[in-house]
Design a protein around this ligand. Structure first.
Ligand SMILES: [Fe+2]
Ligand SMILES: [Fe+2]
Length: 285
């Protein structure tokens, strides 16, 4: 079997997120939907209800009094963030398995994804054209889903690939993946996202997060937000192993995000604080 066929087979074998997440996306995509419909759906799933309330009551979102109803939680977090929580909670193979091909321990993928999600949500506030913070959070959470598919295919070549990035043999890790496999984790993530039925905007953020300039103009605001958030997450010391910081920053982000490099230190502190409180809340029983 060719590598391309083997990767396609692996994509087809990945479990689909919970039916609930898929249904939620369908409801939200309908412009005429009501908050009531979203709330009713979340409430029919006991474990999702618990997850959403945990996040809404974490120190990162706490607004002085406990959130006890799903309607308040959805208003506080935003509908797209609730979808992100639903997908993440029901896709443990994607987020919680170790990524051998990236020399990445169990839990690192989830932590990198969560940090990128928080960074993207924060950066959305600087967007030149309005971006929903919940959408940015979910795009950040999902940006690297392709890694779970190709990790096994690059295992054994990782050191060589990382070295090639360092000595200039390739420009970044994404090129190293493409050289070895004929594809990369962004492209594979896009195929996976399409299979999951995610909206095209989220699919584009996944496909283009390392090459934002190539994205369609209508997606670029979100794509550059995730691109920068990913790098900031790695600068904060939270990557997924061998490929950490082996990517290039496209400075054209300034056309889409009004973020000054002098603000980085404060942003890193905010991300760290929210990361600790969200992680504590989500992992609590
Ligand atoms: Fe990536
Ligand atoms: Fe990443």
């Amino acid at each position: 079997m060719s590598i391309a066929d083997a990767i396609a087979k692996k994509i087809a074998e990945q479990p689909i997120p919970s039916l609930m997440a898929v249904q939620l996306l369908k409801v939200i995509e309908d412009e005429d939907h009501s908050l009531k419909e979203v709330v009713r759906l979340v409430e029919t799933d006991a474990s999702l209800t618990t997850e959403v309330l945990k996040v809404a009551n974490s120190a990162a979102y706490y607004r002085g009094q406990p959130v006890t109803t799903i309607s308040r939680a959805v208003l506080l977090l935003g509908e797209m963030m609730v979808v992100g929580v639903a997908i993440c909670a029901s896709s443990s193979i994607v987020f919680h398995a170790p990524l051998d091909g990236y020399n990445s321990q169990k839990g690192e993928m989830w932590e990198h994804s969560l940090r990128t999600a928080i960074a993207a949500r924060e950066l959305a506030r600087y967007a030149r054209k309005s971006i929903s913070p919940g959408l940015a959070f979910t795009a950040g959470l999902l940006h690297d889903i392709g890694k779970s598919v190709i990790s096994g295919f690059i295992a054994g070549s990782t050191e060589e690939m990382a070295q090639s990035c360092q000595n200039g043999g390739v420009t970044d890790f994404i090129e190293a993946e493409r050289k070895l496999l004929g594809t990369d984790h962004a492209e594979v993530g896009y195929a996976l996202a399409q299979r999951w039925g995610l909206p095209e905007l989220l699919c584009a953020a996944i496909r283009d997060h390392h090459q934002p300039a190539q994205s369609d103009e209508k997606y670029k605001g979100l794509v550059y937000t995730v691109h920068l958030a990913d790098l900031i997450s790695m600068i904060g010391g939270c990557g997924t192993g061998s490929d950490s910081l082996a990517y290039r920053l496209d400075n054209n982000y300034v056309e889409y995000i009004r973020f000054e490099k002098e603000e980085l230190e404060l942003l890193l502190l905010k991300i760290q604080g929210d990361f600790v409180s969200l992680k504590t809340a989500i992992l609590a029983d």
